[in-house]
Design a binder for this molecule. Structure first.
Ligand code: ASP
Length: 437
């Protein structure tokens, strides 16, 4: 029988009501055998996530301060959930152990991990599933490096003996015996690992939106949902700031060809977004999505006869290496070269960097231009369609947006466009309207 792995995020499990919705989704399909869960998230916009409450306990404990108030609030949240789910479970012993470990200065990751741990214990009880502790099956080396193969084999061995299980997301154990977490939002990664380990037919990632949107809804209201997206397209969009899924969640399932389906716990009938390795399905609008970010700058370099000076580019890039800076794009003319960088990585050392470039290549002109935004127009459909670039730039021209930079990757999967920050929203809407509306 086919197996589906489901992962529910913090907002999908923020209180008993949300947990009931998640449970109904799990029970509606008996192939949903393994559930990975986050810690309870926010119930309303200025609520505090349980993970953040645990971090606060850790910070206080470390300074030798009293954290009993925050800890009491954590207990209250879990006890409220237990009561509202109608369970008789008593977590007092668990709470005492955790409090003792926090007082004994257990690590920051240990503190953070207890959010998913306790939630998983409760949800397993509610569903009547086994509880499988991630500390027993997700492993990191002593120095903290994640161990993929070992983890996959431990999860699959453990789940062979379990017909249905709930596994806390976000953390695992170092070989030395201490808890380590992935970065924030890391339960997505755990879900992906479990899906790979049991060779799932699909990895359903349940959250509070009905999938990836074609453009940021804060810029384009009522932006449509992307129905199908390839892993490669998603990488491009995610890099440019389209959130929803943790970046590292793609790799474990990608190699095994397991699709990820982003779904909405509050709207279970919506099909969400399907993330797949390959697809023949044309995207409806030629482009799959638009994403972008502000906060970039360009180092512009001019020098006569630059194009015949062998090693020019290498010398410039070597300066960046010296400063440990990675660059985004490198558009060039005959005697000009620009390096597009994230502004944050040169902050406070601009003069030093310029001086080093001056020394290395003796340019005729050298300047930094601030306040750039980058936009990625991504779509597998662009490869085979003529006129995508023409339509994109016509739309920008009509919207009176000045284009500062253009870069098309060799895969022809994306066009990256640099505009001034103040034009960013206008540019995004113009491209969206041109292709989607
Ligand atoms: N609870 C963790 C966080 O808030 C991990 C997760 O939800 O995926 O980042």
């Amino acid at each position: 029988m086919s197996v589906k792995v489901v992962k529910f995020g913090g907002s999908s499990l923020a209180d008993a009501n949300q947990i009931k919705k998640a449970a109904a989704i799990i029970r509606a399909d008996e192939s949903r055998k393994y559930a990975v869960v986050s810690a309870p998230g926010k119930r309303f916009s200025d609520d505090i996530k349980v993970t953040d409450m645990f971090y606060a306990c850790y910070d206080a404990a470390k300074k030798g301060e009293d954290f009993s108030d925050i800890f009491a609030k954590i207990k209250e949240r879990y006890n409220g959930i237990i009561k509202d789910l109608g369970l008789t479970l008593n977590l007092d012993r668990e709470f005492a152990i955790i409090e003792g470990c926090l007082l004994g200065n257990a690590g920051r990751d240990y503190a953070a991990s207890r959010g998913e741990y306790l939630n998983a214990v409760i949800i397993a009880e509610y569903l009547g599933f086994d509880f499988v502790d991630a500390a027993d099956v997700v492993v990191f080396s002593e120095s903290g490096e994640f161990m993929l193969d070992k983890t996959i084999s431990l999860i699959s061995q453990r789940l062979e003996n379990s017909n249905c299980a709930v596994i806390p997301g976000f953390y695992g154990m170092r070989e030395g015996g201490t808890i380590k977490t992935f970065s924030r939002g890391g339960s997505d990664v755990t879900g992906s690992l479990v899906a790979r380990a049991v060779n799932a037919e699909i990895y359903e990632n349940w959250t509070d939106v009905s999938g990836f949107l074609i453009a940021d809804p804060r810029i384009v209201c009522n932006a449509e949902v992307i129905e199908t997206i390839t892993y490669t397209e998603l990488r491009e969009l995610a890099y440019m700031g389209a959130g929803v899924l943790h970046e590292d969640a793609i790799f474990p399932v990608r190699t095994a060809g397991i699709p990820i389906n982003i779904r909405n716990t509050n709207e279970p009938e919506a099909k969400g977004t399907m993330i797949v390795a390959e697809t023949d399905e044309e995207s409806r609008n030629i482009i799959t999505g638009i994403a972008g970010k502000k906060g970039f700058c360009a180092i512009n370099i001019e020098k006569d006869m630059m194009n015949s000076e062998v090693g020019f580019g290498m010398k410039v890039l070597d300066v960046l290496r010296e400063f440990n800076i990675s660059f985004e794009h490198l558009p060039s003319g005959i005697d000009t070269m620009s390096i597009i960088l994230s502004s944050s990585c040169i902050e406070g050392r601009e003069e030093d960097i310029l001086n080093r470039i001056r020394k290395a290549v003796n340019p005729d002109k050298l300047e930094i231009e601030h306040g750039l935004a980058l936009l990625a127009v991504v779509g597998r459909g662009m490869r085979s369609t003529r006129g995508t670039a023409a339509r994109t730039f016509a739309a920008l021209a009509h919207a009176r947006v000045n284009v500062k930079m253009i870069d098309q990757g060799s895969s022809e999967l994306n066009i990256i466009i640099g505009v001034m920050e103040e034009d960013f929203e206008k540019a995004t809407s113009a491209i969206y309207d041109c292709f989607v509306n």
